[in-house]
Design a protein around this ligand. Structure first.
Ligand code: UT7
Length: 333
């Protein structure tokens, strides 16, 4: 049987830094409030002419280069995003595949908001284990600044731009395989976090006037409570299902939405500080890009070593959630 192994990671962050102090010039907020309530100090913002697919392509190029797998051997590209270059079509995955010179690939996007990377990990795993594909490039890429309401202090302080990518490939060696991926969703909570306008749910005549209001809206406090409750249950279940103790997790890589959510879930698992990967202070919430950007952070700082077991967890609009147990399994040179 074929198993699926995570071979490599890459990320891209835009140059422009937007600090909490910068935001306090734009809306009624302060560095103190933002840092205390979220753990965020600053976030990156893409340039006007920098597209989501440009960031995704840069992250993908790096992940491919580090994987040791030839471009012509990639047979599937999946992109998780809620801020694609074009809503509906063409897909970001298809644009990115062409930008980086991939031919003869299957490519599509998925929409699972901040849980997107965990979802595309499960898709890569399923395609590989079924034997349909062998080498899958997965990308989480977001230009959230384009769908942020910069007058709403309840949301605009949270989000940032960036991209992360990974190469997942087939292996016969179970020891290097992705152990498990959990995914879940509940549309009963759809209105907690959404972009309410601009889709086909809007009357045709309203589309023009709504075009400028396709921004994210969130009931932050309610979302926060569901996130802590759902994630704590989910990470406990994935560890129990696989007979893995939390102290054998080398890196706990949570979605970077809010330090207080990360801390609550980490504490419930009795994670030590050195196990918990944090980038929220410097990148804010980059939705589907946040987990691969965080994995890239520990890779580039030399903390991520071959064989290290990672526990990923994420939560986002939908509502959606998920977790994954993933060893880092680069191809041996
Ligand atoms: O990634 C996808 C999932 N997303 C999340 O998981 C995000 C979950 N939510 C959160 O992270 C938090 O709920 C927020 C950071 C968004 C808000 O923190 P909170 O502790 O839940 O604050 P709150 O919404 O209950 O607001 C408390 C107070 C309110 O004022 P009053 O009514 O107590 O007078 C808000 O109006 O803080 C006020 N407030 C602000 N004050 C200064 C809200 N936003 C701001 C702000 N600056 N930016």
């Amino acid at each position: 049987m074929a198993y699926a192994a995570l071979r490599s990671i890459g990320a891209y962050v835009p140059q422009k830094v937007l600090t909490n102090d910068d935001l306090s010039q734009m809306v009624d907020t302060s560095d103190e409030w933002i840092y205390k309530r979220t753990g965020i100090k600053e976030r990156r913002i893409a340039a006007d002419n920098e597209r989501n697919s440009d960031m995704g392509a840069a992250a993908a190029e790096l992940a491919l280069e580090r994987s040791g797998i030839a471009k012509e051997d990639i047979d599937l590209v999946v992109c998780a995003t809620i801020s694609p270059d074009y809503f509906n079509m063409p897909s970001n995955a298809t644009i990115i595949a062409t930008k980086i010179g991939l031919k003869n690939v299957t490519s599509f996007d998925i929409s699972a908001a901040c849980t997107g990377f965990v979802y595309i990990l499960s898709i890569a795993k399923a395609f590989i284990e079924s034997g349909m594909k062998k080498n899958v490039l997965i990308i989480g890429s977001e230009k959230l600044s384009a769908i942020t309401d910069w007058t709403d202090r309840g949301t605009c302080i949270l989000f940032g731009d960036g991209a992360g990518a990974a190469v997942i490939s087939a292996t016969e060696n179970k020891a290097e395989a992705i152990v498990d991926v959990h995914t879940g969703a509940d549309g009963e909570y759809a209105d907690l976090l959404m972009t309410p306008n601009g889709g086909s749910g809007s009357a045709h005549d309203d589309l023009d006037k709504e075009a400028g209001s396709c921004f994210m809206q969130m009931k932050g406090n309610e979302t926060f409570k569901v996130a802590v409750r759902t994630l704590t249950k989910d990470v406990k279940e994935i560890l129990a299902d696989n007979n893995i103790e939390s102290d054998s997790i080398k890196h706990f890589v949570p979605h970077q939405a809010n330090y207080r959510i990360i801390k609550a879930v980490g504490d419930a698992l009795k994670m030590k500080e050195e196990q918990v990967v944090l980038t929220v202070h410097k990148y804010g919430n980059t939705s589907g890009a946040s987990i691969p950007m965080a994995i890239n952070d520990i890779y580039e700082s030399g903390r991520l070593q071959a064989g290290d077991m990672m526990l990923l967890d994420a939560f986002g609009g939908g509502l959606t959630w998920g977790s994954a147990l993933v060893p880092f399994s680069p191809l041996q040179k």
